[in-house]
Design a binder for this molecule. Structure first.
Ligand SMILES: [Zn+2]
Length: 116
């Protein structure tokens, strides 16, 4: 990963991926600057977690962006959507199984009820 240590394409000074401009020559380092507000990111992540299929659309939209930050938001949103979907399905099956176990238990062993 040479993402951590990058150099300016003009003067070849070492630069940080955090910087938007080269401090030496002033070259714009991040060509397409799409700053995503934190509140928007939180909104997308919340959507991904609580309403899994809906989080997929902004996720795909951001994944298609040129900006590295937007791509990351997209990846995180899609990952959260998948994780949330899996957890939701698992919990549904888990609760359904335990509910059925109780229900079957009552049917096969209706203790107390038959004595009346
Ligand atoms: Zn430079």
């Amino acid at each position: 990963m040479d993402n951590m240590v990058s150099t300016c394409p003009i003067c070849h000074q070492p630069t940080s991926p955090e910087w938007y401009f080269c401090p030496n020559c002033g070259k714009e380092l991040k060509a397409k600057l799409i700053k995503i507000p934190l509140i928007t990111q939180i909104g997308i992540y919340a959507l991904s977690i609580f309403l899994p299929p809906l989080g997929l659309w902004p996720g795909i939209k951001y994944l298609g962006q040129k900006s590295q930050e937007a791509k990351m938001v997209g990846i995180v949103a899609i990952t959260l959507t998948i994780v949330s979907s899996v957890v939701t399905i698992w919990l549904t099956f888990h609760y359904l199984q335990s509910y059925l176990a109780i229900y079957n238990g009552l049917l096969t062993n209706p203790s107390g009820l038959s004595s009346f």
